[in-house]
Design a protein around this ligand. Structure first.
Ligand SMILES: Cc1ncc(C[n+]2csc(CCOP(=O)(O)OP(=O)(O)O)c2C)c(N)n1
Length: 883
């Protein structure tokens, strides 16, 4: 209450306030709480209309959303579940301690899982479905040990596995966090990089609805995401919240493990993260369920007629809650209850020990169960459960609620004994000291119960298991027919790939599998015709008449629309792409996403999301359009991409290409589709396409293999005297063609012209050959570069990307190698001016060629100096990358 409000409040007639409260209580007696709610909502609405209430508090009191009265009966066996959880806690802890003891320094965390063991066990025993229609669960990464510990009890992992936690180069090694690439049968979603899990979970839930609304596949799957409260600071964690409610994703539940701590300390020392998150999620339209206090608090709440507890909760900030959590009952009595006389009276009959045992809601199965249950029953919107927990719960002095909890990797023997006693574990001292894993016999109640529960829910999770389904791909001549019909028409590679996509979309079996995705750039890339052809996905259909309704290219939104228009949201678009690209593994239902974006706003902008997608072994196309530092002529520094290929080259299951001509592009597109969809190879594709228009040669399938390997001999312009090799990728290859003619006509120098479709793929081939030769010196092979070269003349290699791109292949041949590139900040100008500025145009290719031949003593200094005069280079200026 502000001081102004306080002042008004003090001057109101207390009797009047009392009467209002009494009449509310009367309504509750007569019409129940639901009736009272309806009346209050009507009053609130009127108050808003009269501008009396215009910004009611965006959060509710600091207590459980579900009252004890509404909680329902717990359907599980609490005692057994508690015993199982205790065993899991122990094995998870022992795993980390052992790993650090045995092979030191590999890290691992104890405190995170300690805080969310009950959250996971509620899910595993009662909600997370397994089997054919398994739910998609995102696991808080630092809790992976608890998930391994469970799989150990289930008999899916052995003691050997647990002994090799974080020993990932070993065959039985368990990965630090949830990494599908490293444990292909186990994990499905990587969550190690904070923020990516929440965003991905939302788009996975949305993709399930997309499949259903397009009548492709109906499932009963739900998406669950367990995330840390600290993780919610990441912009990506929050980026998809409004989409989730806008699209009514009632198949989605987040459980935020609010242990009020992150790595360095409290999440919001001076605030209340739970209230903050409640406002955020509520504002975004989510159903919010708070699980703050355990069952031991129920009786105290019942006695608290004047809400003294709520008052104390409201005035206690997270930093204080953490301290209270770390201290004993006596401290809590004095420093929490003791600060309010009424509150103190409520616990007057309790001992310090009883006060110490007052649990937070996130450690109470009954409270958690009712929240999970309500989440599954909520229709029309997603639910977030804000579960208040304690970081390092059970770690005692070694970590419970301590500032240093996150980094704690061991407990001393005394602390281990305390831990054992607290959780009533049947582990003798010697086994405790040796950190022996504990597994009850198969016929024990615990193991039987745990297995029964999983059986009832369909099977074990996490498990990455899917049916392999091959989708046939039409012949190249069918989907890119326009390339076979000879035409001198000039068009860009962007137009070319969109035309191929258009044909694929019409294909009977593959067409419906395509998921075109844009981030508000469809018109930029000439895809506006797709709006009406395949429709824009919108679960609400189209509730308005579009402005262009009379046009055949009208903006058409529909429930079964195919195109995903993600808005100006590259992070969301890539998460959406990942969901479609992993449909083959998550739903045994392959789809082929095709996300086209400004290449500058791809890897650079959302590189970590692409990295996480790669971890999931996606299948699909990423199309970096308006590519190149100089080919995108007008947009300037933040738009002109000269580096994405370098980022792309670091991802091993990504095949990236930078073709110049439409025929090369069609070959790559065709081969990519065939390999991913038909042959089901775990790789994905990044293709850069440009907006420069020029004519393209006819398709020549004899080059197909070389195109895929990264380059081929485009034209042999050599003579019997002096020669050079000119290599180029993307539209800059055309500068090489021009340079080749000038070298021939004006300087009598011959050249071999190599169209490089991918320096990255070429480098991979060379790298592999090099390794083969290293281990097989008697069976030396030539790499693809040497095979196509067949000479030892100098190589001038260029592209519309930074020099390092072409340079990747420089060490794999003995030829003198001169890389050229567009290093430096981009800027707006015409293409010609930019290529001149970045010193990659035909003139600079000519001069670099002459210079390297001069260095090889094949041409004279006079000839070189004449050429320098001809072109009048601005050698007095700084290098372009410094300007
Ligand atoms: C993008 C990113 N930044 C930083 C980290 C390092 N990191 C790992 S855990 C952690 C704190 C997590 O806190 P919270 O989400 O509250 O989880 P808790 O362990 O407290 O349950 C941080 C900063 C990371 N993994 N990813």
């Amino acid at each position: 209450m502000s001081s102004e409000q306080q002042n008004i409040f003090e001057h109101l007639d207390p009797e009047e306030i009392h009467e209002w409260i009494q009449s509310l209580e009367g309504v509750i007696q007569r019409s129940g709480r639901e009736g009272a709610k309806v009346i209050l909502e009507a009053v609130e609405q009127r108050a808003k209309e009269l501008r009396v209430l215009y910004s009611p508090l965006p959060y509710s009191p600091y207590r459980n959303t579900i009252s004890q009265h509404d909680q329902g009966v717990y359907p599980g066996d609490l005692q057994i579940e508690e015993r199982i959880t205790a065993i899991l806690r122990w094995n998870a802890l022992a795993m980390v301690m052992k790993a650090n003891k045995n092979y030191g320094g590999v890290g691992g965390h104890i405190a995170s899982y300690a805080s969310c063991a009950e959250i996971f066990e509620t899910g595993f025993n009662h909600f997370f479905k397994g089997g054919k229609d398994a739910d998609l669960v995102f696991y808080q990464p630092h809790s992976s040990t608890g998930i391994y510990a469970r799989a150990f009890l289930e008999g899916r992992l052995t003691e050997n596995h647990l002994n090799n936690y974080r020993h990932e180069t070993k065959e039985d090694g368990l990965s630090s966090y949830c990494h599908p690439y490293l444990m292909k049968d186990f994990w499905s979603f990587p969550t190690g990089s904070m923020g990516i899990g929440p965003l991905s979970a939302i788009y996975q839930a949305r993709f399930l609805k997309y499949l259903e609304n397009r009548n492709l596949k109906k499932t009963n799957k739900r998406v669950w995401g367990v995330f840390g409260d600290g993780e919610m600071d990441e912009p990506e964690s929050l980026a998809g919240l409004s989409l989730a409610s806008r699209e009514n994703l009632d198949n989605l539940t987040f459980i935020i493990n609010c242990n009020l701590q992150r790595l360095d300390g409290p999440v919001r020392g001076n605030g209340q993260i739970i209230q903050e998150l409640e406002s955020l999620f509520k504002g975004a339209g989510w159903n919010v369920i708070k699980v703050l206090w355990g069952s031991e608090w129920d009786k105290i709440f019942l006695m608290d007629k004047n809400h003294s507890l709520l008052k104390r909760f409201a005035e206690t900030v997270d930093g204080a809650y953490q301290t209270l959590g770390a201290r004993d009952g006596a401290y809590n009595l004095n420093n929490f209850f003791g600060r309010n006389e009424e509150a103190l009276k409520l616990v007057s009959s309790m001992t310090d020990d009883e006060i110490d045992k007052l649990k937070r809601g996130g450690h109470d199965f009954k409270k958690l169960y009712s929240a999970f249950q309500l989440a599954t029953e909520t229709k029309g919107r997603p639910t977030v459960i804000l579960a208040k927990t304690k970081k390092g719960f059970g770690m005692g002095k070694a970590g419970e609620s301590k500032m240093t909890a996150h980094q704690a990797k061991e407990l001393d023997f005394e602390a281990l004994r305390e831990f054992r006693n607290r959780f009533k574990l049947d582990i003798p001292d010697n086994k405790l000291e040796n950190l022996e894993f504990y597994k009850p016999a198969d016929e024990s109640d615990e193991i039987k119960y745990l297995k029964q529960r999983r059986e009832r829910l369909g099977g074990f999770i996490p498990e990455r298991k899917f049916l392999k389904t091959s989708i046939s791909v039409p012949k190249l001549e069918e989907h890119s027919k326009f390339l076979i019909e000879k035409s001198d028409r000039e068009y860009s590679t962007t137009t070319s790939v969109i035309r191929s996509l258009g044909s694929i979309l019409k294909h009977k079996t593959l067409g419906p599998k395509v998921v075109p995705i844009v981030a508000d750039e469809a018109r930029t890339f000439g895809m506006a015709n797709l709006f009406s052809q395949i429709g824009i996905y919108s679960p609400k259909g189209q509730l308005y008449e579009p402005e262009d309704s009379t046009s055949i290219l009208k903006y058409l939104e529909s429930k079964d629309g195919q195109l995903l228009e993600e808005g100006i949201n590259e992070a969301g678009a890539i998460a959406s792409w990942s969901a479609a690209a992993t449909s083959y593994s998550n739903h045994s239902f392959p789809m082929m996403p095709f996300y086209i974006f400004y290449s500058m706003f791809g890897f650079q902008r959302v590189g970590d999301l692409i990295w996480a997608a790669a971890d999931q072994m996606p299948r699909g196309f990423l199309i970096g359009a308006t590519a190149g530092r100089t080919t995108l002529s007008g947009e300037g520094l933040q738009h002109q991409d000269g580096q994405s290929h370098l980022f792309a080259s670091t991802i091993s299951n990504l095949r990236s290409y930078d073709p110049c001509f439409a025929n090369e592009l069609a070959i790559i597109f065709d081969e990519g589709m065939r390999r991913m969809m038909q042959d089901q190879i775990d790789e994905f594709y990044y293709l850069t396409v440009y907006n420069e228009k020029y004519s393209h040669p006819e398709i020549n399938l004899s080059n197909k293999e070389d195109v895929m390997k990264g380059g081929y001999l485009f034209k042999d312009n050599t003579n019997d005297n002096i020669n050079i090799n000119l290599m180029g990728s993307g539209p800059i290859f055309r500068e090489c063609i021009k340079a080749s003619e000038i070298l021939k006509n004006e300087y009598g120098i011959g050249s071999k012209l190599f169209s490089i479709t991918s320096y990255t793929e070429l480098e991979k081939n060379c790298r592999e050959t090099k390794r083969h030769n290293l281990y097989n010196p008697s069976k030396i092979k030539k790499n693809h570069l040497e095979e196509i070269l067949g000479n030892n003349d100098p190589i001038i290699a260029t592209s519309d990307y930074v020099r390092a791109y072409a340079q990747m292949i420089s060490s794999y041949c003995t030829n003198k190698f001169v890389p050229m590139g567009t290093d430096g900040f981009g800027r707006s100008d015409t293409r010609d001016n930019l290529r001149d500025f970045f010193e990659i145009d035909y003139k600079h290719i000519v001069i670099e060629s002459l210079f390297s031949l001069f260095e090889e003593r094949k041409i004279s200094l006079d000839k070189l100096e004449d050429a320098l005069k001809t072109y009048q280079f601005q050698s007095n200026l700084d290098h372009p990358w410094k300007r």
